[in-house]
Write a protein that binds this ligand. Sequence first.
Ligand SMILES: C[S@@+](CC[C@H](N)C(=O)[O-])C[C@H]1O[C@@H](n2cnc3c(N)ncnc32)[C@H](O)[C@@H]1O
Length: 606
Amino acid sequence: MHPVSFALLHQGFPETDVQLDAKDVFRHCPRGGLSELSVRRAERLGSDAGGMQQYWRVVVTGVRAAGDTPAVRKARGAFFTPSGITRYIAGWALRSATDTVLEPSSGDAGFLVEAVARLKSLGADLPVVEGVEIHAHSAEVGRERVRAAGGDPRIEISDFFLVDPARRFDAVIGNPPFVRYQDWAGEARARSRKAALAAGVPLSGLASSWAAFTVQSTHFLRRGGRLGLVLPAELLSVNYAAPVRKFLFDRFSSVELVLFEKQVFEEAEADTLLVLASGFDEGPTDHAILRQVFDADHLTTDGPSVRWAPEDPAAKWISSVASSDARDILARLTKNDCLSTLAEWGDTTLGMVTGSNRFFALSPDRIAELGLSPSDVIPLSPPGSSHLRGLSLSTSGMTRLGKGGSATRLFRPAGQPSDAATAYIAAGEIAGVSDAYKCRVRSPWWRVPLQRPADLLLTYMNADAARVVTNQANVHHLNSVHGVYFKHDVRELGRDLLPIASLNSATMLSAELVGRSYGGGILKLEPREADLWLMPSRSLIKEHAEELQAAKAETLRLLNIGRLSDAVVLVDSILFPDTVKRAELSTIRTAHSTLQSRRTTRGKRG
Ligand SMILES: C[S@@+](CC[C@H](N)C(=O)[O-])C[C@H]1O[C@@H](n2cnc3c(N)ncnc32)[C@H](O)[C@@H]1O
C-alpha cells in the first residue's frame, strides 16, 4: 500500500480531476487517469486559503479496471473494509485450522486475506478460502491477494443470489454491499427478496441490499456456524430491518454487536457496526451483548460490554445504547404524568415546499430592488434553522434578521401579481425556475401552497439538540423546520411555556432516542418521530408555570451565549425538584451525553 499525497482541483472527492506528482501518476495510473487507482482510505489534510484546492492523503491498493468509476462502484456498493476490521472478524470467526470460510460479495477479498493469515496461524498449510463476487476485475484482484498471502482462493464470479448454497461453512464473514432501495432495483432485488423470504424473512420494498445479503449469508452456514458481518448501523433503527433483527435473535444462540464511536467508512457516509453471531440454528437467544469501541483500530474482545435483553427484538434497537435504567426512569415519568409525548400537545407537520428557495425566499433589500409591493409577499421564517436557538421568533427578531439580509419574506402574490411581480415571474420562467419539479406540478407554478403559521417551529436537523421555539411573529415556514400546531385547550400554555420547559434533561435524552442520527453527526426528527418526543406534561408545566416564567430571561441569556447545558440544569431544577431523585437525574444526563457524544464523534471527519 502506497500513501500518496495529492491535491484536488475541485471539491467532490473521490478521484476526478486530481493532480498527482508526475511520477506518482506514471507509477500508479498507466492509462493516465487517477480514477484508475483503487483507493482504500482517504484522509483530508486541509485546503488552501481560498478553499479551491483540497489536500488529501490516500492509501492506494492497486489499479482499477477501466471504466470502474466512483458512480459505477457506488451502484454496486463497493466500499472496501479497513484491515483492522477484517482481521478482527476473521480472528473471531475462525477457531481451528480446518474451519471453512466464505466471503460473500468479496470485492478484493479483504476478509479472505485475513482468513488465510488466521488459518495459517492456527496451523493450516495452504488454506482454501472461498468467495463470491459479481465484479470480475475485483474477483481477480482478490484471487491475487489471497495467493500472495499464501492461500488457495476459490472465488466465483457471480451474483451471490444465484449461487447454490449447497456447501455449508463454519464461518461466513464479510461486508455486504450497501445499495439503497431506490437503486437496488429490478431482477437483482426481486431475487434477493425471494431468497430472504425462503428463510422466513419478509423484506419490504424499502429494504437496502444489505438486509437480504445478511439473510442469504446464513444459507451457507452449517449448524453451529458463525456469521461475522460489517453492516450499516441502521440495522439498529430502521423499520425495514425489523425482520432481520428478529431473524438474528431467532436463529443464533449468541449475538454480539460492536458499535463504533467514530465513523468507519469515510466514502460511504453511513455509520457502521459489526454483527458477530454464533451458534446458527441453535437459537433463539433472548439477549445480545453490546460493545462500543472508539474506531476500527481499537477493536478488542475484552472491552466493556453490556448484556441487553429487548422485550421485542423486532422493535427499534437504538435505545439499547442508552442505559436501560435511564429508559426506565423516562417510562416512570411518563406513567406518573410528568412527561407526555409531543403528539399529546398537538400535530407536527412538514413545512412548505417552494421548489426554489432562492427564487421564492427574499430579503427586504431584494424586495426593494425588485420593486415588489407588500401584497406580493408574506412573512416567512428564513430558510434554515440557525435563527431558532432562543425561546421565540418575535416580530423584532424578524426585523433584525431582515436587516441582516435574511430572507424574511416569501414571494406569494395573493391575487393579481403587481407589475414588478409579473416581471419577476417572467424572469423565473427564463431562468428555468418554473421547470423545477415542485413548480411544474402546481398551477400557477409561482403560487406556493400555503400552510397556516404554526404555533411552534421545531428544528428537525440538529447538530446539538432538537429545539422548539414559539412562533410569536406568526410567520409562515418552509420545510427546513417542522410546524407544531397545538390542540385548542393547551395552545396558550404551550405557546407560552413549552419552549422553555422543553429544555430539560429528560426531553433532551428522549430526542436522541426517538430521532435518527445522520452522517455529519446530525440528529434528525421526522414528524412521526417528533410525535413520540417526550415533553413535560401540561400538568407539570402548569404546576411550575410561575417559576418557568420567571426563569425566561436568565434562560435566554444562557442560550444567547451558547450555554445550552446550563439552561438545561436551570430548567431541571424547576421541573424536577421532587419528582426525580438526584441519582436518577444523573442517570438521565449520562445516557443523554453518551448518545449525543456517540452521534457527534461519529460525525467528525478525518
Ligand atoms: C462493501 S463491498 C465489500 C467488499 C469486500 N468484502 C470488503 O469488505 O472489502 C461489496 C462488494 O459486493 C459486490 N457485489 C455487489 N452486488 C453483488 C452481488 N449481487 N453478488 C455478489 N457481489 C456483489 C461489489 O462488487 C463489492 O465488491
